[in-house]
Design a protein around this ligand. Structure first.
Ligand code: S3P
Length: 176
C-alpha cells in the first residue's frame, strides 16, 4: 500500500476517538511519517498540554495549535497528521485541513469516548468535572464542524485500531 498516498492525511474527531493510535497504525500501513500536533506543541513548548492550558490559557494553546497545523501541512508532504479534538472549531484551521490534506473523521459515541478517557486526566477542556453528560453536550456542539472539515468518516465504535486503520487505508488508496 506504501507510496500510493500523495497528500497529507489528517485525522479529525473528538477526544478519545482514537486519532493517535489509529494514526500510528495508518502511518505504518501507508509507510508514512506520523505527525501528532499535540505532541509537536508539547515538544516546542517544552511542557504538557495540561500545563500550557493552566499557565498560558486556551487562546495561547489554540494559537500554537494553528501554527503547528500550518507547519505540518505547508509543504504538502504526505504524512498522517493526528489533530487535537478542538482544532476544527477555528474556521481557518478547518479550511486549511480541507485544502491541504485528505481529512478523515473518526466518529465515536460519547459512551465510547467516556470509557476511553475518563481515567486519563490529560484533557484540560474536560478536567473540571468529566462526565458522560459533558462529553455528550460538547460532542453535539462539535459534530457539524467535524463533518464540515472532513472528506469522509469512519465509525470506530466496537472496532480495533487495526481494523479502523485498514478501513481508512482502503478508502485512501482509492482517492488520495
Ligand atoms: C482538545 C483535544 C486534545 C488537545 C487539547 C484540546 C479539545 O486533543 O488538543 O486538550 O479541545 O478537544 P485530543 O483530541 O488528541 O485529546
Amino acid at each position: 500500500m506504501s507510496g500510493k498516498v500523495r497528500k497529507p492525511v489528517t485525522l479529525v474527531g473528538f477526544m478519545g476517538s482514537g486519532k493517535t493510535s489509529v494514526g500510528r497504525e495508518l502511518a505504518r500501513l501507508l509507510g508514512l511519517e506520523q505527525i501528532d500536533l499535540d505532541r509537536e506543541i508539547e515538544a516546542r513548548e517544552g511542557t504538557t498540554i495540561n500545563e500550557i492550558f493552566r499557565t498560558r490559557g486556551e487562546p495561547y494553546f489554540r494559537q500554537r495549535e494553528s501554527a503547528a497545523l500550518e507547519d505540518a501541512t505547508a509543504r504538502g508532504n504526505p504524512a498522517v497528521i493526528c489533530s487535537g479534538g478542538g482544532i476544527v472549531m477555528d474556521p481557518r484551521n478547518a479550511a486549511l485541513i480541507k485544502e491541504r490534506s485528505v481529512s478523515v473523521w473518526l466518529k465515536a459515541k460519547p459512551e465510547t469516548v467516556y470509557a476511553r478517557i475518563r481515567e486519563e486526566g490529560t484533557r484540560p477542556v474536560l478536567n473540571d468535572g468529566m462526565s458522560l453528560e459533558k462529553i455528550t453536550a460538547l460532542m453535539e456542539r462539535r459534530l457539524p464542524y467535524y463533518e464540515a472539515a472532513s472528506r469522509f468518516a469512519v465509525d470506530t465504535d466496537g472496532k480495533s485500531v487495526d481494523q479502523i486503520a485498514r478501513e481508512i487505508a482502503e478508502v485512501l488508496t482509492g482517492i488520495a
